[in-house]
Design a protein around this ligand. Structure first.
Ligand SMILES: [Zn+2]
Ligand SMILES: [Zn+2]
Length: 114
């Protein structure tokens, strides 16, 4: 007699299932369960599907973090270019005494401490 309240293994009718597949939710018994690094599954193909899905989720997470890093680096790059331009202006201003620039140059040199 089959017990309707308990799920039996998909491969062994009549044998009580102890585990549900993490990928498809099918019930399996201790003999049929496939142990994977991300959980327990009904079959090898479900294990591979779930592991591929988990890996892809991790890759997407890594990509999102990577693009944030690239954004930060481009901001830093712009700041370095501006700083270099200010330093060049300060150095040039100290060699060539340009009256119009001298006021600005001295202010910049004051800020930069050179
Ligand atoms: Zn499955
Ligand atoms: Zn089984």
């Amino acid at each position: 007699m089959m017990d309707g309240t308990r799920s039996s293994c998909i491969n062994h009718p009549g044998v009580e299932a102890t585990v549900r597949c993490k990928q498809c939710g099918k019930p399996v018994c201790n003999t049929c369960v496939v142990q994977g690094s991300t959980g327990r599954f009904c079959s090898e193909s479900c294990r591979q599907k779930h592991e591929a899905y988990t890996q892809r989720a991790q890759e997407l997470d890594g990509k999102a973090r990577g693009s944030a890093f690239i954004k930060l680096r481009s901001i830093l790059g712009t700041l370095i270019i501006i700083a270099a331009a200010l330093v060049a202006l300060g150095v040039a201003g100290s060699f060539m005494d340009v009256p119009v620039l001298s006021d600005v140059v001295w202010k910049i040199r004051d800020i930069l401490g050179i």
